[in-house]
Design a protein around this ligand. Structure first.
Ligand SMILES: [Zn+2]
Length: 216
């Protein structure tokens, strides 16, 4: 990575640290059951409007030279960010969101409300925005949707690409491009040092929210 890009990424990671979405120097159990000393809490990324606007501006600036007619997202967090990207882009694009749902046969599919179809003219230039890229499946579904409607994907803007294996056929711009190390419980250095597992985040979090819903 170039030095400038590395510095920028460190600044962006600093913003996420301040939102509380990025946690470090701790001990987490991920949903994959692997352990890590870092964690990204997707739900917290867009909780501070001033920071979300700032992140949206950086993404908009990166794609400022491209004509963008529509910014398209799906999901709550990505939509808040996508709105900020659209607001900051010089083409004054429309902002629309697709609806995501889990398929019975596995994976998820995205659909666009009929009311949005007229905003999505043939050949429309579309910028996709996602908050955290974990598998890239959601973005791939959005690309398919845009192509099926006759639009052209200009690029993809995201806050964090969590795995370097995630690649698309269109230009990707990510504020943070960090694949942090994860360990099997047997080889986990935090376990070996006896650092207690953070129960508030990671799989501890899932157990807690299940408990909460049972009590309600
Ligand atoms: Zn551990």
């Amino acid at each position: 990575m170039e030095l400038e890009a590395e510095i920028l990424e460190r600044i962006n990671r600093g913003i996420l640290l301040r939102t509380g979405a990025y946690l470090t120097d701790d001990h987490f159990v991920l949903s994959s059951h692997r352990h890590a000393s870092e964690y990204v809490e997707k739900a917290l990324v867009t909780t501070e409007p001033a920071f979300t606007e700032g992140l949206g501006e950086i993404i908009a600036k990166h794609f400022a030279k491209s004509q963008v007619d529509v910014v398209l997202t799906t999901g709550y967090g990505a939509s808040i960010l996508g709105y900020c990207v659209a607001r900051a882009h010089p083409s004054r694009p429309r902002f629309i969101y697709a609806t995501k749902r889990k398929r019975k046969e596995g994976g998820s599919e995205v659909t666009l409300r009929r009311e949005f179809h007229r905003l999505f003219a043939q050949g429309a230039k579309v910028l996709l925005v996602e908050d955290i890229l974990t598998t890239g499946e959601t973005v791939k579904a959005l690309i398919k949707l845009v192509e099926s409607l006759g639009g052209q994907v200009v690029g993809i803007g995201t806050v964090w690409r969590r795995s370097h294996k995630i690649k698309f056929k269109y230009p990707l711009f990510t504020l943070v491009d960090r694949e942090f190390p994860t360990y099997s419980p047997k080889e986990c250095p935090m376990c070996q040092k006896g650092i207690p597992i953070n129960k508030e985040y990671g799989t501890g979090d899932e157990e807690r929210s299940q408990g909460t819903s049972l009590r309600e």
